[in-house]
Design a binder for this molecule. Structure first.
Ligand code: ATP
Length: 588
């Protein structure tokens, strides 16, 4: 993972956001190559889910969502994680009652638990909730936290060089931070942690020209005039803010549910079963941010809501499971790194009729990249109940057929079995895939290290020690990113054998323009003045499937060298054949 993140930064795939200002935890920016790769992954998804079928259409709904939608979907009340509070940060509200936090002369903060078992529990909680990679020692009921520094509002713990967590880039070292206000509550029997409690993952925002802080202050002062009861104050603050309250959506799916009928009516050819697809940003105030872009507060989802008749749901769920696994296997090389994990009964939401995670074997273990669920009619039912609008589907063809029969026989058909098949609330089968996670999984999957002969070698960056920065400098080993050609950020690199020969450069420019025009893909004109071998290796490292070299023979015989990334094979081909060869390669 460290190897990949190093490559991502060096070659312009992924950067820590706002790095020059110290970075923001969990925020990443995609560089020129990252943006291409991400676009390609989402385009492949869209091609497969929308362009490749006649029963799915796309939609793009608003990110800012009114509370009514998310109250109805259950997110306001139930979209929670378990959280433990840091007492140190809670004590902020009563600094008058607490003495200042002190380090000892060896930069340690000593904590004494009431007994040994409690100390063990605290140690475990600190390690798992706050500071995976920090140096924490415990002896009996004494715990020592080795401190790197104390900042105005947080303790930055010292990192343990032996810890796995150090494999993360600088941004993630902030997981070692324990927020505090500089005060410890002397009356508390636990200096850190409260019992766990649910914490809503949604980001609130306010559509209001008046700063919500002003409103909060006014409401608080008003409430405190009559009582100092915190619950009553909170209720008044919530009531004051509610009219302008909105949320950043935590998933794209709800935008589809609330629009499903409008979409279907505007596209009457869509008969059940049919789907609505959406790619867009979602936001979750995740407590744990981990593994770079694996879990971030802002991420993109690629979601399909497939509307089916109740009696089709089971079969469609099975069929989508297969088709999504096949999709993953088209792009990942290591098929044994992909698996389905069916949810156990007690993991399922009460309305869910079935759910499986598609998991990828990341360097830290199996992790979810996509969820496929049979959501029943829960969402549409709830929105119908809340709005009073019937979100039922009417099968116009079946209805016309019945009406025709009725005309012919002169008899009304009133049997429930007939009418229920004509009009019903659809059930939904959902496929929900994280774009950023997919990109991370596919990059890790594609990355191999090869020796001087181009043979893949088993490789573990951790064996190479702290100083190793670029794989290309180590013992003749180098990295090749064997991305599926359609995912590759640059499809073809066209390069002159020497970059200061204007005839060769002119031919390269012509070939580049021709390929760009015909293929509408990213073609690079590679003009670096390093050796041709080094240029090939740089292209291998970022996953470019084909390199075309124009040399001194090209003006004479109209041929170029075409080099394949995965085999290193080079062959002489006429310029006129290059387009077809690349086109065929992209069809795989
Ligand atoms: P997890 O259990 O990892 O938190 P989840 O079950 O909450 O994921 P879903 O609600 O099913 O995730 O969302 C569908 C997909 O969206 C996930 O499979 C994942 O790929 C992606 N996803 C969810 N949360 C995040 C996040 N915070 N950062 C990046 N991707 C995410």
């Amino acid at each position: 993972m460290r190897h990949l993140l190093d490559l991502c930064k060096r070659r312009g795939f992924l950067f820590q956001s706002a790095e020059i200002h110290g970075g923001l935890r969990g925020a990443y920016d995609y560089g020129p190559l990252g943006v291409e790769l991400k676009r390609n992954v989402s385009q492949e998804w869209w091609n497969s889910m929308v362009y490749g079928r006649s029963d799915v259409v796309g939609i793009d709904t608003a990110i800012i969502t009114p509370p009514a939608v998310l109250k109805t979907s259950g997110h306001v009340d139930q979209f929670t994680d378990e959280m433990v509070d840091s007492r140190l940060s809670m004590d902020r509200f009563r600094p008058d009652k607490a003495p200042a936090l002190k380090m000892d002369d060896r930069n340690r903060i000593p904590i004494t638990a009431p007994d040994k078992d409690t100390a063990k529990k605290w140690e475990h909680l600190i390690r798992t909730q706050f500071a995976k990679g920090a140096i924490i020692t415990r002896s009996g009921k004494e715990i020592q936290l080795q401190v790197d520094r104390l900042e105005k509002d947080r303790i930055v713990l010292a990192k343990d060089p032996a810890s796995d967590n150090n494999a993360m880039p600088a941004s993630d070292s902030s997981t070692l931070n324990i927020p505090y206000n500089g005060y410890v509550d002397p009356n508390s029997n636990s200096p850190f942690l409260t019992e766990s409690r649910p914490f809503n993952l949604m980001f609130k925002t306010y559509l209001d020209p008046i700063d919500p802080t002003d409103k909060i202050i006014t409401a608080t002062l008003e409430a405190q005039q009559t009582s100092s009861d915190l619950t009553a104050t909170r209720q008044l603050v919530d009531k004051t803010l509610y009219p302008s309250l909105t949320y950043l959506r935590p998933e794209t799916a709800q935008g589809v549910f609330i629009n499903y009928m409008t979409v279907q009516r505007s596209h009457p050819h869509l008969r059940i079963p049919f789907g609505i697809a959406q790619i867009g940003k979602s936001f979750r105030n995740e407590i744990r941010l981990e593994h770079a872009i694996f879990r971030t507060p802002e991420f993109e989802q690629m979601e399909l809501e497939y509307f089916v008749a109740p009696w089709q749901a089971e079969e469609q769920f099975t069929s989508w499971r297969k088709s999504r696994i096949d999709w993953w296997k088209t792009y990942a090389r290591n098929h044994d790194h992909i698996r389905e994990r069916p949810h156990a009964q007690d993991e399922l939401a009460h309305y869910s009729k079935g759910c499986v995670d598609v998991e990828y074997l990341f360097p830290w273990g199996w992790g979810e990249v996509e969820g496929i669920a049979n959501r029943s009619d829960f969402d549409l039912d709830k929105h119908a109940e809340a709005t009073g609008i019937k979100l039922q589907y009417t099968d116009a063809v079946l209805m016309q057929e019945r009406q025709k029969r009725e005309k012919e026989t002169g008899q009304k058909e009133t049997r429930v079995e007939v009418l229920d098949r004509e009009r019903y609330t659809p059930h939904v089968v959902e496929s929900s895939c994280g774009l950023n996670r997919a990109m991370l999984a596919l990059m890790l999957d594609a990355m191999v290290v090869v020796d001087e002969d181009g043979q893949e070698v088993p490789f573990n960056i951790e064996d190479e020690g702290e100083d190793s920065k670029s794989s290309s400098n180590r013992k003749g080993l180098r990295t090749v990113m064997k991305l599926h050609p359609r995912l590759a950020p640059i499809k073809v690199a066209v390069m002159p054998l020497v970059s200061n020969n204007s005839d060769l450069v002119a031919i390269c420019t012509d070939i580049t323009n021709h390929l760009r025009q015909e293929l509408t893909v990213n073609v690079a004109l590679e003009m670096q003045s390093t050796t041709i071998g080094k240029r090939y290796y740089r292209m291998d490292e970022i996953g470019t499937p084909w390199c075309i070299t124009v040399d001194y023979d090209t003006p004479k015989d109209g041929s170029v060298t075409l080099r394949q990334r995965d085999t290193g094979e080079q062959k002489r081909v006429p310029i006129s054949e290059v387009l077809t060869l690349v086109q065929n390669g992209l069809r795989i």
